[in-house]
Design a protein around this ligand. Sequence first.
Ligand code: NAD
Ligand SMILES: O=C(O)C(=O)C[C@@H](O)[C@H](O)[C@H](O)COP(=O)(O)O
Ligand code: ZN
Length: 380
Amino acid sequence: MPDAAFQPASASEATCIRVDLSGRPYDIVIGPDLLDEIGRRIAALRPGARVAIVTDRTVARHHLPRVEAALAAAGIDFTAIVVEPGEKSKSYAGLAQVAEGLIAARIERRDLVLALGGGVVGDLAGFAAAVVRRGVDIVQAPTTLLSQVDSSVGGKTGINSPQGKNLIGAFHQPVLVVADTAALDTLPARELRAGYAEVAKYGLLGDAALFDWLEANGRDVISGGPARGAAVAASCAAKAAIVARDEKETGDRALLNLGHTFGHALEAGAGFSDRLLHGEAVAIGMSLAFAFSARMGLCAGQDAVRATRHLASLGLPTRISDVPGDLPDTDGLMRLISQDKKVSRGALTFILVRAIGAAFIARDVDPDAVRRFLDEQRSV
Ligand SMILES: NC(=O)c1ccc[n+]([C@@H]2O[C@H](COP(=O)([O-])OP(=O)(O)OC[C@H]3O[C@@H](n4cnc5c(N)ncnc54)[C@H](O)[C@@H]3O)[C@@H](O)[C@H]2O)c1
Ligand SMILES: O=C(O)C(=O)C[C@@H](O)[C@H](O)[C@H](O)COP(=O)(O)O
Ligand SMILES: [Zn+2]
């Protein structure tokens, strides 16, 4: 029997989704112009707390003044730490800047860090908050499509190592997520497309009806039509449900890694540069995961074609050769893949698929099969 059709939520009002972690539940509030009232929400959540806003220079230019005004209007004492935009800030140097900034500002354990920005700021500020004074609570205010649908929720925080993506980090759940969907109006088109890859991921990994809906409405999600708010809410609901049942990825949270084993290796191979954004790497990685699944006889070739066609139709890269510039050779990519956090006793784990909306965790995947597949895919 086909899945029931996906029913989008209304886009005009704020939606609240609860992440039901036992003992530490938190809300994701989604809607337009929520940054203008973020001070009120924070004052209600933690009366008397000081706030350290962590943001990047681009987000500061677009959105910091109104966040500062909202905090001031709520009588909150705040400071701001501004990092350089881009993946390079998810580094030891970026961590030192934020951690030392928090300490210099005398942010105490009962104060709050406020991550205002995309996934880079969220992951970096989240990790600094996890370790400074052994833990300060954090509010996530995501300003990219990617961070609103994925990175602000679930508590994965961290920085990159030259040897691989997100290899230094901690689980540190936020106490509140405020996703102002109107903040996406200043986001460049390339970033919107990259964020869309993580939206499509939820359909591809576990919700065929959502994927059907995205095939009809994906363009509207990217261009900022009414489908956008619905897609953010659907994505957060999907992620909240998985995180609530498997906070620390001991089981099926790993499904959220669909496309990431290949994708992270490509990002590291491209030097964490703007040659390849995270969402773009995930789009290529998901296409590869579908093609590899088809190659192994696990899913129908038509499903792999359909998944790739949808991503490509929205302007996302789907092939290794879509990455501009040089990449490591296949052995180099295999070395990066072997550092993936899902590796267990040296054996590779991939998220593979049986169909659109039916991903599964494949353990002990044959590295020779992966190497042969990658070798062949490089010339496609
Ligand atoms: N923790 C998780 O669960 C998780 C999930 C997915 C991705 N991630 C991580 O997130 C990162 C990618 O996040 P991202 O795609 O948001 O990138 P990003 O944080 O680098 O933001 C993308 C760019 O958009 C700019 N920007 C942000 N908001 C803007 C706005 N409203 N208007 C104009 N410009 C704006 C930023 O300055 C930056 O240049 C990667 O490091 C990835 O590993 C983490
Ligand atoms: O939240 C998760 O779990 C995810 O896997 C979400 C991913 O989109 C995200 O990129 C995450 O940071 C990857 O996790 P990692 O453990 O492979 O670093
Ligand atoms: Zn991701």
